[in-house]
Design a protein around this ligand. Structure first.
Ligand code: ACM
Ligand code: ZN
Length: 552
């Protein structure tokens, strides 16, 4: 019923999706829709450890997932750079480990070098968020990443680390590799029982994600206690010790009525609980192996599902898993991966991930930018039968209908950039208009040469947009753009453009064509002005980009 309502909302004008009722003057013809998901698990992971995401933003993120029929939210709550969940029996974990930089023992790794920053969620906030998600048909699966990726926990409680005399930060140019829980220190399991006990009580999900990825095995091989355990058991590879660690933590979860979800490496240690759910992230083979071993499997090979990767070569984002465009994500067909029918039964679904290393040094709207419209693609990858999936059809629906819904939801989605690098300068500019700005995309975006700005209302004859440079700009050309970069919407449909060389007198420079103009000035420019000659533009707003200034 919930998903059916999302479909119904999508048949209404975009503002309905934003909850702006009543929607009047709309007639839906009688119709019958038969629809159901291809996969039961349609997930999105958000890393709030590298970059803290305030609870209101997490709720908004979940709300937007629910509109896309994503029904699992994997909440990556701990990592080397932060611990984000309040643990009442171990209050230091969040109170100290939720912050880094400044006087915090947790070093800043990504951005913000000089200040102390971060945050964490109280249990009360988490309980509210769990309920908020539940009524939106989203189950939250929390992750405490163990036994690796635990530098923060090790900074707060150094005793949990291996008794390793060799590791010191001087050897590694200040980089502290001690981020692994000692697997043989018995007190660690008692501590994990307290921590995970609280996590299990907070989240009603059947599964609790306990990590298992990228364990620095040399921490164990250099630890006298871990080494002794391996020798006693006849294990030559640290991965067997990971198997032991995961089995111990699985016992803890079982005592609290939960099953473990793990990253695929946790399978390799042997003896992983048959009731575990495996997230195959490292490559396409990982999911195949998990399903072949009979595990409930979530497919998320990074080259298709890591939304922290660049969307095209010239955009922000990481690249170690390649460029993950929406088209690349959309091309993922599990049926082509080589699963047998029985193995396919084990595949619960797909999940994409937003890891937040880069987010720390980006603007706030980077999360929206990196995840939309890729989440729209994910939604179909996990929902729609392969026979109904077609990239050309998807991208047409996206641009003719769905982006307007994202807009109505206030999502600052990605628009494709120019594909060829252009040399540009960004002279200091101030921007003003006779029309007031929107709150979501303020005019300061233009002054910061950032993304685009949006007016709060449409344009009328005589409305003006003024770009004033702090100093005369000697340049080859200046391009002014109204409307979205990639589709002719939100433009000033008719308007003249004026240029000023002294900041006082303006002379005609031309007219807008498809909302744009390239001015080739005869002298250094002080200001440019667009004057609207249109009565509305068929939209509720105008989009304006920063001026594109080509140097001489
Ligand atoms: C991961 O990307 N380390 C799961
Ligand atoms: Zn150890």
């Amino acid at each position: 019923v919930f998903n059916g309502i999302q479909t119904l909302l999508q048949l209404l004008p975009p503002r309905a999706l934003a909850g702006n009722f009543p929607v009047s003057g709309v007639c839906l013809s009688g119709l019958e829709i038969t629809d159901y998901p291809r996969f039961s698990y349609r997930g999105m992971m958000l890393d709030v450890a590298r970059t803290f995401v305030p609870i209101e933003d997490v709720m908004r993120f979940i709300d937007n997932l629910s509109h896309h029929k994503i029904n699992r939210f994997h909440w990556h709550l701990s990592d080397d750079e932060g611990w984000r969940v309040e643990i009442k029996s171990c209050p230091e974990l969040a109170r100290v480990g939720g912050f880094r930089g400044g006087d915090s023992p947790v070093w800043p790794i990504y951005g913000h070098w000089d200040e102390k920053y971060g945050g964490y969620y109280t249990q009360e906030e988490i309980a509210r968020t769990v309920e908020y998600a539940r009524v939106r048909n989203v189950e939250i699966i929390p992750e405490i990443d163990l036994p690796g990726h635990s530098r923060t926990a090790g900074k707060v409680y150094p005793e949990i680390l291996c008794a390793n005399p060799r590791v010191n930060t001087a050897q590694t140019a200040g980089y502290d590799r001690r981020n692994v829980w000692c697997a043989t220190r018995e007190e660690n399991y008692a501590l994990l029982d307290k921590i995970l006990g609280e996590v299990c009580a907070l989240f009603p999900s059947e599964y609790i994600h306990i990590g298992g990825d990228e364990v620095e095995m040399d921490q164990w091989s250099d630890c006298p206690h871990c080494k002794a355990k391996m020798e006693a058991e006849g294990w030559t590879d640290g991965i067997r010790l990971e198997g032991y660690f995961m089995a111990r933590v699985t016992e803890i979860l079982a005592r609290h009525g939960k099953r473990p979800a793990v990253w695929n490496e946790a399978m390799e240690g042997g003896g992983l609980d048959p009731g575990a759910r495996v997230h195959g992230w490292e490559n396409r083979k990982a999911g195949l192996e998990a399903a072949a071993a009979g595990y409930r499997t979530v497919l998320m090979p990074n080259e298709y599902f890591y939304f922290d990767m660049k969307q095209s070569p010239l955009e922000p984002g990481l690249t170690w898993a390649g460029v993950v465009s929406a088209e690349k994500n959309y091309s993922f067909d599990p049926a082509r991966e080589g699963f047998t029918a029985a193995q396919m039964e084990c595949v619960e679904g797909m999940e994409a991930a937003f890891w937040s290393e880069l987010y720390a040094s980006q603007e706030h709207d980077y999360l929206d930018y990196q995840t939309y419209p890729r989440i729209c693609s994910l939604s179909e990858v996990a929902w729609t039968p392969q026979s109904r999936r077609d990239w050309a059809d998807f991208s047409r629906r996206l641009s003719t209908a769905h982006l307007a819904r994202l807009e109505a939801l206030g999502i600052r989605y990605r628009t494709p950039p120019h594909t060829t690098p252009v040399r540009r300068i960004t002279p200091q500019v101030s921007f003003s208009s006779s029309i007031r700005e929107s709150t979501s995309n303020p005019y300061s975006n233009i002054e910061r040469y950032r993304h685009y700005a949006r007016t709060a209302v449409s344009c009328r004859p005589g409305d003006w947009f003024l770009y004033s440079f702090a100093a005369p700009v000697d340049c080859r050309s200046i391009e002014l753009i109204t409307g979205y970069d990639f589709l002719p919407r939100g433009i000033v449909t008719r308007g003249r453009v004026e240029v000023s060389y002294d900041g006082v007198r303006f002379e005609r420079a031309g007219v807008l064509e498809k909302g744009r103009i390239t001015v080739r000035p005869s002298a250094p420019v002080r200001a440019l002005r667009i004057v609207s000659e249109c009565t509305g533009n068929g939209e509720t707003h105008v989009i304006l980009y920063p001026p594109r200034v080509e140097p001489r």
